[in-house]
Design a protein around this ligand. Structure first.
Ligand SMILES: [Zn+2]
Length: 118
């Protein structure tokens, strides 16, 4: 009989272990764009498969963003990774925008190009 859930569906073994402890709470930060040279965080990214949803809870990543000063965005992605719906989470909450993969790549490249290693 196959396992009821794979690790991919459940999350990591550590996350599952953590989840069973009463009184604790945690969320995953989906992705953090960093400088490839100095590893300075450049962008916090919350992401999910695009099912046409109009809401995704991003409360924790938005709080982390405001505390750290690192901007955050939400990316909803299509199966083929060619089309995205993107919403700025901080410094101000924006509306969803439909963009193509090349536009998202360019946005991320510009973020890297603007960064100066300290
Ligand atoms: Zn750097």
């Amino acid at each position: 009989m196959p396992p009821r859930y794979s690790y991919y569906q459940k999350g990591s073994p550590f996350n599952e272990w953590h989840r069973r402890i009463d009184g604790l709470a945690a969320v995953d930060v989906d992705l953090m764009e960093v400088c490839s040279k100095c590893f300075r965080p450049l962008l916090l990214i919350e992401h999910a498969f695009d099912k046409g949803q109009t809401y995704k809870n991003c409360t924790a990543v938005m709080k982390l963003s405001r505390m750290s000063g690192v901007e955050a965005i939400l990316i909803l992605y299509s199966q083929d990774m060619k089309q995205f719906r993107v919403r700025k989470l901080t410094p101000t909450l924006g509306n969803f925008k439909k963009i193509k993969d090349k536009v998202l790549i360019r946005y991320l490249q510009i973020l890297h190009n603007k960064h100066k290693c300290i």
